[in-house]
Design a protein around this ligand. Sequence first.
Ligand code: ATP
Ligand code: MG
Ligand code: MG
Ligand code: MG
Length: 492
Amino acid sequence: EDFSAKRVRRTFVDFFKQEYGHRVVPSSPVRPRGDPSLLFVNAGMNQFKPLLLGCADPRSEMASYRRVVNSQKCVRAGGKHNDLEDVGRDVYHHTFFEMLGNWSFGDYFKVEACAMAWRLLTEAYRIPAERLYVSCFSGDEASGLPEDKETQQIWLSLGVHPDRILPFGMKDNFWEMGETGPCGPCTEIHYDHVGDRNAGKLVNADSPDVVEIWNLVFMQYNREGDGSLRPLPQCSVDTGMGLERLVTVLQGKRSNYDTDLFTPLLSAIHECSKVGAYSGRTGEADRNRVDMAYRVVADHIRTLCVCIADGVYPGMTGAELVLRRILRRAVRFSTEVLQAHEGALASLVPTVAHILGDAYPELHTETDRIMEIINVNEVQFLSSLKQGRRVIERTLNKMDGNTVIFPAAVAWSLHRNLGFPLDLIDLMLEERGMSVDKPGVERLSAEHDELQSRSEGDAGERGLHSDLQSLSELQSRGIPHTDDSPKYSYVL
Ligand code: ATP
Ligand code: MG
Ligand code: MG
Ligand code: MG
């Protein structure tokens, strides 16, 4: 059977459109419009937030939506949903992923939502029911939220075995968009990759053997600025299923990176590298972290392409700063671990467009611009990377051989003066069995912010990076920045 990603995506949309009268709505760009509570679009429901809150402009097209289906470009690399640290380490969290979703805005509720989901998975996609677990909200006394017994009953009536219906609390089964915004109890569907009778223990336990694939959220509240829960004017359904994880299941793989969404990209990365091909190892088995590097580069290049196509460029504040970090991590893994040549990252862009361009045509039309921006930024970072590595070497040479804590002042200077993401410094040191003096760095960062806000009356990220603003301006105009010379504030 053809379970290509393209087909799987289309089957989802067609199922809800043809079988249950849902209207197909395109993905919104990943840059959130008019929502300061978000860095990136992190779920399919973001663009429908006004509808869920009951405050959509009655003249807008959205106001007439009752049943909707789409596949949404999502980025989870900042804010409440931030998976950046997991990417590359595991095989099922990405910074960019596609979320397949269906919605009911004040139309159907729990019974229909569960029945539709179950039918799609077990009939259209033919996933064996014995491999599926469902979770239900167990309630939360502190918030006065009751256990969701109704949903348990619904799953039982759909024929789910009682042993495969599991209760979980706020962390896993109460979904929230961000610090504020629509939220509600949810019921999730998890897939057992092994077929083990004890797999239930691994649900929500960060195990690659049992992976969450679909979340059905029953939107009933809004989390207000003061932390309280305000009931919404109407009950809605908001679901989200990770396309990459679903495709992995349907293609009989254990890793998202072994599906057709990634394999052409991993081959293209191999072409640019001077190391062996991707072999899928994780953890300790992945010596020298070559496989992790493959995964990080494959993940990050997708995110870079999608973000740049949607007008988020690597820069100095907010989402732009996050994207800059992502770019720098990608450059570092590709050049240092995979020993790829300069310009390798940009050369992967057409492959990303080839894989995803059908679903998101802007990747085709924007290919040249994406490549140019990636190249400008890569050149710039490679020169600071070279200097940074020298600084680290020199510092290590001067240090007492027994110390494993790297001085905060040097780390902070690398960050401030050479624009090193702090997590990148962590990684570079971790490989040498060292770690940064984190409390020290936090102190320096706090002192810096303090000084900045006193001198400018402007606290926050803008102040923190103000001396790099000019560089950002050059970048945003596409002009390569050449003066990357270090400005050390102390003697090394
Ligand atoms: P997890 O517990 O695995 O981190 P989640 O509970 O944070 O997932 P939801 O917010 O419920 O995820 O999102 C709905 C669906 O989107 C998930 O069931 C999963 O299939 C998919 N998903 C979530 N985060 C990612 C990610 N970082 N990469 C790929 N798919 C993801
Ligand atoms: Mg998560
Ligand atoms: Mg989860
Ligand atoms: Mg979830």
